[in-house]
Design a protein around this ligand. Structure first.
Ligand SMILES: [Zn+2]
Length: 327
């Protein structure tokens, strides 16, 4: 098994072969549709290739990494809670569109709002872990990480009454800096992780790591957030601030192009606070952080609704784990 640095080196070779495959398939793809619907030919090639995974990072507005220096974990309980009402908006949208999603939930949220977790599980969504209190993996020791992922898994399983098999690192913080992370995830009983965003960003991202699902450990599959490769660079198209920044038509074009180029499931993520333009603004933030956090919040809900209506969304475990392994 390679470590993450070796994987990053291997990756450019793999990318080249993926690009060759993509160009070989170009003729077929050129004959396929140019609209929003998926191609029968694409589905025939690879059953999961045109699927999408809807994922929610379940945390409140004051728990994001960008606010970490303002928002002491000891004081989290003093902030106005918005996560229940905002998650309700997402649950309603998923119900309207008959979609089951994967919720990567903070253990802290499960501890403080157990009914919320129970209702998510009852509605048929997957419960996965986002760690206990949003500590980035490279800020923890190996032992600290092992304790964090065990604590959050146990809390979520006790609260939701379902097996927890997936993990997403806060701010996609598994990288070459944390070579022990996948061993610890396997030891703690996780089967997959979605903790890599292979883009360049000042707060997160590992642009040299693979763009598509890979076995990071014999027992743990890593499923990176989706990127689009253009002119040799990876562009983030899997959600977060970029989803609110890009014009909607550009996102739709990018998603179609991703499916044609990659022949892989598309992985998207969203936070409940992104549907809450009226959330409190208690911190003195830099202009850049303000822009990133508050941009176009009023547009998110209708945009998500349109995204849900256009594509076939699934839970992560449905797409990436064998049936008998699903919780
Ligand atoms: Zn998060």
């Amino acid at each position: 098994m390679m470590n993450l640095s070796e994987l990053a080196q291997e990756h450019s070779a793999r990318e080249r072969s993926a690009q060759e495959r993509a160009s070989q398939e170009q003729t077929l793809q050129d004959r396929s549709e140019s609209g929003d619907t998926l191609t029968a030919e694409g589905e025939r090639l690879l059953p999961l290739a045109n699927m999408c995974a809807m994922t929610v990072d379940l945390e409140d507005y004051f728990q994001v990494s960008a606010f970490e220096s303002f928002s002491d974990r000891e004081q989290w309980q003093q902030f106005e809670c918005r996560v229940e009402a905002n998650t309700e908006k997402l649950l309603n949208l998923f119900e309207q569109h008959q979609i089951h999603a994967t919720f990567f939930v903070l253990g802290w949220i499960a501890e403080h709002y157990p009914q919320l977790i129970k209702s998510i599980a009852k509605a048929g969504h997957e419960i996965a872990s986002h760690g206990y209190d949003h500590q980035r993996v490279h800020h923890l020791s190996r032992q600290g990480f092992a304790a964090d992922i065990r604590r959050s898994k146990a809390l979520l399983e006790d609260t939701g009454g379902v097996a927890v098999q997936g993990y997403r690192a806060p701010s996609f913080s598994i990288s070459e800096r944390t070579p022990w992370a996948y061993d610890e995830l396997a030891n703690a009983g996780y089967r997959y992780s979605s903790s890599v965003y292979p883009v360049k960003h000042d707060h997160y991202g590992s642009p040299l790591l693979p763009r598509f699902a890979f076995l990071a450990h014999p027992d743990v599959l890593e499923v990176p957030i989706s990127t689009l490769q253009l002119m040799g660079k990876n562009f983030p198209i899997g959600g977060g601030g970029y989803f609110r920044l890009y014009p909607e038509t550009l996102m739709q074009w990018a998603l179609r192009r991703f499916h044609r180029q990659a022949q892989q499931p598309y992985i998207f993520y969203i936070h409940p606070w992104e549907l809450d333009p009226k959330q409190p603004r208690p911190f003195q933030l830099s202009k850049k952080t303000q822009f990133r956090h508050y941009l176009n919040l009023h547009k998110t809900e209708p945009r998500i609704a349109r995204l849900l209506s256009k594509y076939p969304w699934r839970r992560m475990d449905e797409l990436f784990l064998d049936k008998n392994e699903q919780g």
